[in-house]
Design a protein around this ligand. Sequence first.
Ligand SMILES: [Zn+2]
Length: 270
Amino acid sequence: MIDWWKSSELTFVPQTHTMQLAELTWPAVQALHKDTPVVFPIAALEQHGHHLPLFTDSMLLGEIVRRASTVVGDRVLFAPLTWLGNSDHHLDFPGTLSAPPRAYLDLLNGLLENFVQHGFRRLVFINGHGGNDVPGKQAIFEVRQRHRQRNDLLLLFATYWNLADSSRLTEFGLCQREMSHACEWETSMILRIAPQLVRDFQGVEPVEPGTGFAPAARGWITKERTAAGHLGYPHEASAEKGEALLREFSDGLTVLLRRVIAWDGKGWNG
Ligand SMILES: [Zn+2]
């Protein structure tokens, strides 16, 4: 589903030594040890301002998962990336595709339940879109409650930009301290993996990302925070920053997946 840009020289790495669910037969899946971690990458197709493609979140998560899979991919089963996400807040911008939020919650529940039924015990959502945060965490909560008699399930949800070592991020010359939207960080990473899809980012006026409405949570739609569609400082982007970010995020994902592989079946504190 997401292979069309992988043919570029920059990102092409053969997937043959990694366990890709899409490439296996059902007997091969059945034969896997059921402690094999299963990763479900979840992202989005939504507006990313005037300068980035709609598929930005899916492309970036696909690249980060691909890089991590080259390290741990013989011990982790990777489901194909689910590119349809919860993007209702972007629907004022043409091109955005969004699953209705409750349907999306059911979909995520279903993906986990499918693999619980197949006998697997270590199920991990790796997320690449802010709007998936609430439904993703709610899905693992609901599945855990539904199987509360089990004591051998490890259900995890992680968003890739939270997997980085934040002390190292300060070394990369970034202006933004955290992820925003179609911002310095995302623009930099797309410049690294698909520069031909980036429009004039240097002429984009910065939009202050805001504070996230703390200490309250506000129901919001994107157009009331940004008319152009982006938040943050895309004009500060560079492919070099993008490579540093991609490396840091994929390293963070690799560390997490190694922990999942090494899980002792009991606690989850390190
Ligand atoms: Zn994005």
